[in-house]
Design a protein. Structure first.
Length: 191
């Protein structure tokens, strides 16, 4: 997603800081190490993830270029409503059986609604209006690292050299991008 954001910014005539672009490319390499298909990810799943990243990056890029509600809660409500309406038929087609829902799955679902959607989405929309887009987009690089850490802590997943190296590369790239985008946001334009 951060790589697509950089490409959209370049296509739109912006000139992101060169060091930030390098940081995004390095982060992409780190994520590629984390998602290497021999770890169980299918090419089909990776393809869907790429389509999702394209959609998310495009929406993030356009958010400062099209009229949106100023209130982050209102903007979040519209986005969530649109997504819910779009995917409702797919959900209903699955014909879920409530008797098969476990207590853990219901707690996880509630967490995703409250923290993942309401808090996370609202924070993301607010950040899009107050922080440079390049910095905001790096969250997508950090998410897999957080997932790995949670898997290690709660599911006792083992960390391979590939995962450790990929996570280190991702974290270093995010530090580069955040630092460079922040510096560029406060520097006056001299060109």
């Amino acid at each position: 997603m951060p790589l697509i954001v950089v490409l959209l910014r370049l296509a739109g005539g912006e000139r992101p800081p060169p060091l930030a672009i390098v940081g995004v490319l390095i982060g992409f390499a780190g994520v590629a190490l984390l998602f290497h298909p021999e770890g169980g990810a299918s090419w089909w799943g990776i393809g869907l993830t790429g389509i999702s990243a394209l959609a998310w990056a495009t929406g993030s890029y356009l958010s400062s270029r099209i009229p949106l509600p100023q209130d982050a809660f209102v903007a979040t409500a519209f986005e969530m409503l649109a997504g819910g309406v779009l995917f409702l038929p797919f959900g209903l087609a699955q014909r879920p059986d409530p008797s098969e829902f476990s207590a853990i799955s219901l707690v996880a679902f509630a967490y995703l609604i409250l923290v993942g959607s309401l808090v996370g989405f609202t924070a993301y929309v607010w950040l899009l209006h107050h922080v440079p887009l390049g910095t905001v987009s790096t969250y997508a690089y950090v998410n897999p690292v957080v997932a790995i850490a949670l898997g290690m802590l709660f599911l006792h997943e083992r960390i391979t050299w590939r995962i450790a190296l990929g996570a280190a590369i991702v974290l270093a790239s995010v530090a580069i991008v955040v630092r460079r985008e922040t510096d560029a946001a406060v520097e006056p334009f001299s060109e």
